[in-house]
Design a protein around this ligand. Structure first.
Ligand code: FE
Length: 215
């Protein structure tokens, strides 16, 4: 099987928002949002079971989907994509905007549409769960084009090539090929990347050391 073939499948990028049983707002970046049927209006959302959002949607049966627009900045992807709602308040310091169903959403500056969803059925996919949802409300927010996965990689995610390479004698910086995080020994007590423990993970996206390459 040619694994790179999977990268050819086109996706949009979405912010899925929820609220847990304790009333805490949460959200995650998701690329697996698809309209399933028009009558009734249904959307499917696939979520990795390791995501806190999977747990809260299972618990509450509710989520909102914000369709991210091309104006969504990298900081939004860091905030909602590179940390877990289990140990971080992802909405911290953000102006709280609420949809009619009272779940938090983001504004027209970063999203072009929002859907309020109620889970109708669930399919266990092993590592992931597929939520088939009824659309309770749908609202267009702006005319900005939708953020696609390709556009994100080309124009939003920082390019590692833009960084200055280390000069001879300086300990090397390494970059996470998944999220763009740069490990700089100078900011980490002079510890060379090679000397980090084998189970060390990217502080942003939690991918392993094997997903880093030297700058
Ligand atoms: Fe990373």
């Amino acid at each position: 099987m040619d694994a790179s073939a999977f990268f050819k499948i086109g996706y949009g990028l979405y912010l899925v928002t929820t609220r847990d049983g304790a009333g805490r707002d949460n959200g995650m970046i998701c690329n697996t949002v698809v309209q399933a049927t028009a009558t009734p209006a249904r959307i499917t959302v696939i979520i990795n079971k390791q995501n806190y959002t999977h747990e809260t949607v299972k618990e509450t049966g509710l989520m909102n989907v914000c369709v991210l627009s091309r104006s969504a900045p990298f900081s939004l992807f860091k905030r909602f994509g590179f940390q877990s709602g289990r140990d971080a308040d992802k909405f911290e310091g953000m102006e709280k905007i609420r949809a009619a169903n009272s779940l938090a959403i983001v504004g027209a500056d970063v999203a072009n549409a929002v859907f309020a969803l109620k889970v109708a059925s669930y399919v266990d996919l092993g590592t992931h769960g597929l939520f088939v949802c009824d659309v309770l409300e749908a609202q267009t927010m702006s005319d900005e084009p939708t953020m696609t996965y390709d556009y994100y990689h080309e124009n939003v995610k920082p390019k590692p090539e833009a960084q200055k390479p280390a000069s001879a004698g300086e300990p090397k910086k390494w970059v996470c090929v998944i999220c763009g995080y740069i490990y700089d020994p100078a900011e980490n007590g002079g510890v060379a990347f090679e000397d980090l423990p084998a189970d060390w993970t990217c502080p942003w996206c939690k991918h392993p050391k094997t997903d880093f390459k030297p700058l």
